[in-house]
Design a protein around this ligand. Structure first.
Ligand SMILES: Cc1cc2nc3c(=O)[nH]c(=O)nc-3n(C[C@H](O)[C@H](O)[C@H](O)COP(=O)(O)O)c2cc1C
Ligand SMILES: O=C(O)C(=O)c1ccccc1
Length: 388
């Protein structure tokens, strides 16, 4: 589906009351009402005191857009090219695991909504449903695969090969989560979805994983969960291990979780194809730098040689504009679509993503920008006060 230039009509034609909240903050409140405490706080929460989660938002407020007038914004084109493919908008759905704890449709609902809107869906290794099943419900729609680089190299290689076979267009390797952070909500609630066997669908269906078990997981789920817990992450990985990935996939490889410009340089040196600047939505290192503050230095280090994407804290169209102006090629959004899923499955995700695109489209036009090429640092000023 394309909004094209008719986005305003899409928006204002619907005089009836919106089926789901439009405001992100209300979406969170409604999701709190419908979800059990464990899953809600698992999704909404972050690491430690959640200072980084708040810093992500504050960093957006530190920048302000300076709109331009009389620039004929009647024809707008926000297409972006990434790794040889063209996407209508510089937006992707971030990899989010265990979506079955949010809604029975799980990742299938989110992936179908993404497919309808032609927004690329990044399927998590920790999905409830297998990557093949997600691919099947998406048809030809664009999708990437996020790899949790298992300690069991046979499993890591097998996941990479399966993703390529199932039509995923890029591999996102998440580096910031070789283990779960100190997440106080989850410890308080005594809630960890994986220990209930949630989010390990990609492993249960994996031949390399199954080969390591003494019995099929269908007869002994406990053994499978224990083995999963042993191999999920690998905290001993180094930059020297990256050739392993290249050996097992021909797809473009992006590294997710880069925050330091020195790491961006190392990524380039190792022939990586793209970077996602991310602090995992404030869920890993509490006290870590806000993503928007990390973005500029990483973009400067990369000097346009490979695409730099970002996520963590994108909530509205203006946030997207600020990230793109500071040099991101595209952004990813996590919690907003997950709360949409909580309220209405596929329908709820469609609502959230459409609204975000509509907001972006309108805000771009009103600020005088008709293409992504219009965005650069000169359209922003540092705010002289914060509205908190
Ligand atoms: C419930 C939840 C599960 C997540 N699971 C994964 C995952 O499996 N793999 C991954 O790379 N990132 C995962 N992330 C991080 C997201 O990809 C993304 O970095 C983050 O949500 C972006 O911040 P935002 O939620 O503020 O948009 C998860 C985030 C949430 C909220
Ligand atoms: O919760 C997360 O942030 C996350 O990245 C994750 C990791 C493993 C399984 C599910 C989600």
């Amino acid at each position: 589906m394309h909004f094209g230039n008719r986005v305003q009509f899409e928006l204002y034609r619907r005089f009836k009351k919106a089926k789901y909240p439009v405001r992100y903050e209300e979406l969170v409140d409604k999701a709190r009402d419908v979800l059990e405490e464990g899953p809600f706080y698992y999704v909404e929460g972050g690491a430690g005191a959640e200072d980084t989660g708040r810093a992500n938002r504050r960093a957006f407020q530190k920048w302000q857009i300076v709109p331009r007038m009389l620039r004929d914004v009647s024809k707008r084109d926000f297409r972006v090219q990434l790794f040889g493919q063209t996407y209508d908008y510089p937006l992707l759905l971030a990899p989010v695991g265990v979506q079955s704890i949010i809604h029975p449709e799980g990742e299938l609902g989110a992936a179908k909504a993404a497919a309808e809107l032609c927004v690329p869906f990044v399927a998590s290794t920790a999905s409830t449903h297998s990557l093949e099943k997600i691919a099947r419900v998406m048809g030809d729609a664009p999708r990437w695969f996020q790899l949790y680089w298992s300690r069991d190299q046979d499993v890591a290689a097998s996941l990479l090969e399966r993703a390529e076979r199932a039509g995923y267009a890029a591999i996102v390797v998440t580096l910031d989560t070789p283990m779960m952070a100190w997440r106080e909500n989850d410890i308080n609630q005594g809630y960890l979805p994986f220990l209930l066997g949630e989010g390990i669908g990609n492993y249960l269906s994996d031949p390399a994983f199954r080969a390591k078990l003494s019995k099929p997981p269908e007869t002994d789920l406990e053994e499978a969960i224990l083995y999963w817990a042993q191999i999920f992450g690998n905290e001993s990985l180094t930059w020297d291990d990256l050739p392993f990935l290249r050996k097992h996939t021909r797809l473009p490889i992006l590294l997710k979780g880069i925050l330091h410009p020195g790491d961006a340089e190392l990524a380039l040196k190792h022939g990586i194809d793209g970077i996602i600047v991310s602090n995992h939505g404030g869920r890993q290192v509490d006290g870590a730098i806000a993503v928007l503050d990390a973005l500029g230095p990483v973009v400067d280090a990369v000097k346009g040689r490979i695409p730099v994407l970002m996520d963590s804290g994108i909530r509205r169209g203006a946030d997207m504009i600020k990230a793109l102006a500071l040099g991101a090629s595209a952004v990813l959004v996590g919690r907003p679509y997950v709360f949409g899923l909580a309220l209405g499955g596929q329908d709820g995700v469609r609502h959230v993503v459409r609204n975000l695109l509509a907001d972006f489209n309108l805000t771009m036009a009103l600020a005088g920008f008709s293409s992504l090429a219009d965005l650069n640092r000169s359209i922003l000023v540092k705010a002289d006060q914060l509205f908190l």
